[in-house]
Structure formats: structure tokens, C-alpha cells
Design a protein around this ligand. Structure first.
Ligand SMILES: Cc1ncc(COP(=O)(O)O)c(C=O)c1O
Length: 388
């Protein structure tokens, strides 16, 4: 049995970091690593970005928390910024992606009850990931996440991802919403057909359902747009964000159109910490910095460059099945055993992630330089050459 007092819910790699700057992390022994994970799509601005550090330090010196019993002017400011960049007018602030999705699920159920639907159902996807709370793990399309935590919640209907007909077929009198990732992250960086979101929008409009997008991983510039749905020219009813919104300070948000948000009145949903001044100061700094440094455009450009270079190199290997993604959310699907790749990359000074068993997932900070992108390509080429 381990001597650690921390519950053993994580299989951790044998490294701990002491500091970082941009896309570089330094471990407790002083060794440097190039970070192509960014805290799982969290540190979009890179590590220790001075704008976030300054905002958090300044706010911590004045006021950290007061609760949602009182007005929080910074919440108003961040909500206005989120409304501006997303086109959705209302925001509920939470502390994580799972919580943001819980808020969305509750909103959808309320929406159903207001229409007289007693047992509302939400359409969710195979291969999806929405979090580890009971409602969000029920919505998640991965048995490993659910196993041992039954009974799961009622009120979810699952269909294959990127299959519009399946959504039409599964719909019933009780359906109230579709919850979907614009690109599946944990599921293996699965990019749907370019018409998929527009197709879902059409179905939802025809049937009076809410279209709810989980942008926890894809949001805040990662795919080369503020939100991934903006590539499709549609307007969803609900969008959830977390991860990169605070660059590491825990903050989540459920955004909704004014019409959809109207079903959640005073007393209907709440959280103690959500949207506290510290988290809001971080989120305000993140949005301002993404804009000031042009990081949405940069993610698009660096992502295209990285994807092209990966296709020329890693993509030419016989085991490479597909290189896909958008912006700086890139998946490299391999027909090979990748179980040793992550620890070997770590030894080599490169942080990468493998998801869905066969997909190398790259989620570097949006501030990644071309030179660092080249180093990711060279590192991966070398490691795959050695390993396979
Ligand atoms: C698409 C998506 N939704 C929800 C979550 C859950 O977020 P959190 O771990 O902050 O609860 C994640 C986390 O990986 C995610 O990728």
C-alpha cells in the first residue's frame, strides 16, 4: 500500500514540476520539458503568464471571495466579455467543466419541465466526455468512466457521434436537448463532418430542442476561433467552458441565450465559489490577453503549420492512420501500441498525451512558437522511430 495520504485515483507519471514559462516546464530537479499538453488544454497562455500572475496577485491582495449572496462587479464584466466573444447573452459561473455541464443539464431539464415534459431526455454521443460527476459521467460515452458507479441517471439517450440520422431517429416527445462536443477531445480528437453542427442546429430548431455544446476543451481559442462552433456559423443555445478560461485558476461557465437562460430563475441553481472575484480576475486577464496577443489567430496559424509538418513526417510512417484536428487541438491516430510513448517522451523532455488508446493528442499552449512546434515534430519523429 502506498504511504501517500492522497487518494490513489490517478496513475501519475514520475515527475513533478516546480515552475514554468510559456510552453516550457521545469521539474523539481531543474530539468526542462517542452509542454504539448498545457495541463490538458488549460494553460492556453502558457505557464506563469505575467498578465494572469499580476491579475491574481493584485486581486488576492484586495478581495478573494464574498459569495453569490452579494453583487460581484467582476462577474458582470467577465459575463459581458463572454457574451461579446460568444454571442450568448447570459452566463452562469461554476468552478470546473463538469460543473458547467451540470448547469447545462439542469437548464435543459428545467426547459423541458416548463414545456410540461415530466421526464426530459437529453441526446448524448458515443465516445463523448463531459466530466466525472454522476450526471456528467452518465452523459459521457465511455463505459470505463461509468463502471462501478451505477446506478447511472435516467434521462439520457445515446447515439453515434457525427450521425445526424441517428439523432433524428432517437428523438421522442420527451427529448429536450442535444449535448455534444464540437470536436471530441478525450474520445480521440474526433472531428465531425463540416456540416454536422449546422445539421444538429436544424434538427433542434425543427423539434424545439436546445443545442448545447460542450466547449470545455475546444473553447477559448484552442481551435483557431474563440469557440469551435464559430467555424460552423451557427448559434447554439448553450455553451459550456472551463479549462482555459482561467489559465489554471479553476473557473467554469455555462453560457446561454437570453431565451434559454430564462428558465433558471433566482434560487434554481447555485454554487458557493462560482465566479468569485479571484477566479473572475483571472478570467478577465485571460480574455484580455488572448485578444491583445492575437492568440486565436496564432492558434490557427501555428496549428496549421504543426499539422502540415506532422503530416510530412509522422504521417509518412506506415503505422500512421490519420492526423486530424483544428488549430492547436491535434490528434495523431496510430496503428501501434502507444502505451510506452508518454513515459518515453517524458524521458526525452517532451510532454504529450495519448487518448482513446491509439491517438497521440497534442494540446500545446496557444503561445507555442514555430521553433517549439518544430521541436514537437522532431521529438515525435524520433520517439516513434525508436518505439515502433
Ligand atoms: C469536453 C470536456 N468536457 C468536460 C470536461 C470535464 O472538465 P473538468 O475536469 O474540469 O470537470 C472535460 C475534461 O477533460 C472535457 O474535455
Amino acid at each position: 500500500m502506498s504511504s501517500s495520504n492522497v487518494m490513489e485515483t490517478y496513475a501519475r507519471l514520475p515527475v513533478a514540476f516546480a515552475s514554468g514559462e510559456g510552453a516550457v516546464l521545469v521539474d523539481t530537479q531543474g530539468r526542462q520539458y517542452l509542454d504539448a499538453v498545457a495541463g490538458v488544454a488549460v494553460c492556453g497562455l502558457g505557464h506563469a503568464h505575467p498578465a494572469v500572475t499580476e491579475a491574481v496577485c493584485d486581486q488576492a491582495g484586495r478581495l478573494v471571495h464574498t459569495s453569490n449572496l452579494y453583487g460581484i462587479p467582476l462577474q458582470e464584466e467577465v459575463a459581458a466579455e463572454l457574451a461579446r466573444i460568444s454571442g450568448l447573452e447570459r452566463v452562469f459561473f461554476a468552478n470546473s467543466g463538469a460543473e458547467a455541464n451540470e448547469a447545462a443539464i439542469k437548464l435543459a431539464r428545467r426547459f423541458g419541465h416548463e414545456k410540461g415534459i415530466e421526464r426530459p431526455e437529453i441526446v448524448v454521443m458515443q465516445g463523448s466526455f463531459h466530466g466525472r460527476t454522476l450526471a456528467t459521467l452518465t452523459a459521457t460515452g465511455n463505459r470505463k468512466v461509468q463502471a462501478g458507479f451505477e446506478p447511472l441517471l435516467p434521462g439520457f439517450k445515446r447515439v453515434p457521434y457525427d450521425d445526424l440520422e441517428a439523432v433524428e431517429r432517437v428523438g421522442s416527445e420527451s427529448t429536450v436537448a442535444v449535448l455534444v462536443e464540437p470536436i471530441q477531445g478525450e474520445g480521440g480528437v474526433v472531428v465531425p463532418d463540416p456540416g454536422y453542427l449546422a445539421g444538429l442546429r436544424r434538427i433542434c430548431d425543427e423539434r424545439g430542442w436546445l443545442l448545447m455544446l460542450d466547449e470545455v476543451q475546444t473553447g477559448m481559442g484552442r481551435t483557431g476561433a474563440w469557440m469551435a462552433f464559430q467555424h460552423s456559423g451557427i448559434r447554439p443555445d448553450v455553451v459550456t467552458l472551463a479549462k482555459a478560461l482561467g489559465n489554471g485558476v479553476p473557473v467554469g461557465a455555462a453560457l446561454a441565450t437570453a431565451e434559454a437562460a430564462a428558465v433558471l430563475g433566482p434560487g434554481s441553481h447555485a454554487t458557493t465559489f462560482g465566479g468569485n472575484p479571484l477566479a473572475m480576475a483571472a478570467a478577465r486577464a485571460v480574455i484580455g490577453t488572448i485578444e491583445a496577443e492575437g492568440l486565436v489567430e496564432r492558434a490557427a496559424e501555428t496549428g496549421e503549420y504543426l499539422m502540415d509538418r506532422l503530416r510530412e513526417t509522422v504521417g509518412a510512417r506506415p503505422e500512421a492512420r490519420e492526423i486530424r484536428g483544428r488549430g492547436l487541438m491535434i490528434g495523431i491516430e496510430m496503428e501501434a501500441d502507444l502505451s510506452e510513448l508518454v513515459p518515453r517522451a517524458l524521458e526525452h523532455g517532451l510532454l504529450i498525451n495519448v487518448t482513446a488508446g491509439t491517438v497521440i493528442r497534442l494540446l500545446p499552449p496557444l503561445v507555442l512558437t514555430r521553433e517549439q512546434a518544430d521541436r514537437i515534430v522532431e521529438g515525435l519523429s524520433y520517439l516513434l522511430g525508436e518505439a515502433l
